[in-house]
Write a protein that binds this ligand. Structure first.
Ligand code: PEP
Length: 251
């Protein structure tokens, strides 16, 4: 059975002390969220160690926002999957559109990153999603299918137990413009169908697919009510513990 997950992507926000306070506020309210909903906070790499201390022994999971496509060595400034795992984090986001857009993240690199993350025991939150131009050109299915298949073709049904997919239309991220629940559901169902084609119906049914893009307390309920939307990857609204928790209570 797939899980309902609400994950907060803090991006490059908060200093370490601010992040620790935010994590404490999330932990303090986590008990209000139904036990069937898994909460995850994805923090900047600098925050992972102190936030791991805050979430230890609580139901709140911890994720990095990225990891390197190389195992170790002379790659100044990079943070390896093993390093992420050694902080106590259990997940990493990979392939966020901001990384694809600003840091040259390719599907080929994502294959290496995903492999290293899984090998180091991390769950992967793999982001896919089309740009505004691609949607307006009617290419959204094609783009999302390619992003999904280009990476997942290299992985097995067993690997899929540790891979979560986040559908994040780029035009909805940080813009205040949410995909309608129908637009999101249409792509989620399509991703599930794509997974069924590659891995079979059981894997497709068991894979958690999150929606991301200006998800907030006012629209989460409608989105999460859709059969193929299993939760959210939350950016801006995850920086306020009350909003983040209110989103998680929208199931
Ligand atoms: C994100 O970047 O993952 C995201 C969904 O951002 P926002 O909620 O701010 O649109």
């Amino acid at each position: 059975m797939r899980k309902n997950i609400v994950a907060g992507n803090w991006k490059m926000n908060t200093t370490v002390p601010e992040g620790v306070e935010l994590a404490k506020a999330v932990v303090a309210k986590a008990g209000e969220v139904p036990a069937s909903v898994k909460l995850i906070v994805a923090t900047p790499a600098t925050h992972l160690v102190p936030v791991a201390e805050v979430v230890k022994g609580t139901p709140v999971g911890l994720s990095a926002e990225n990891c390197a496509d190389k195992e170790k060595g002379a790659y100044t400034g990079e943070i390896s999957a093993a390093m992420v795992a050694s902080t106590g984090a259990q997940y990493t986001i990979l392939g966020h559109s901001e990384r694809r857009q600003y840091y040259g993240e390719t599907d080929a690199k994502l294959v290496d990153k995903t492999r290293l993350a899984l090998d180091n025991g991390l769950g992967v939150i793999l982001c896919v999603g089309e740009s505004l131009e691609e949607r307006e050109a009617g290419k959204h299915f094609e783009v999302v299918e390619a992003q999904t298949v280009n990476v997942l073709a290299h992985f097995t049904a067993e690997d899929m137990k540790n891979i979560i997919i986040a559908y994040e239309p780029v035009w909805a991220i940080g813009t205040g413009k949410t995909a309608t629940a129908e637009q999101a559901e249409e792509i989620h169902a399509f991703i599930r169908k794509t997974l069924a084609g590659k891995f079979g119906a059981q894997v497709a049914d068991d894979t958690t697919i999150l929606y991301g893009g200006s998800c907030k307390p006012s629209n989460a309920k409608e989105l999460f009510a859709k059969p193929d939307i299993d939760g959210g990857l939350i950016g801006g609204a995850a920086l306020k513990a009350d909003d983040f928790i209110a989103i998680a209570m929208s199931f």
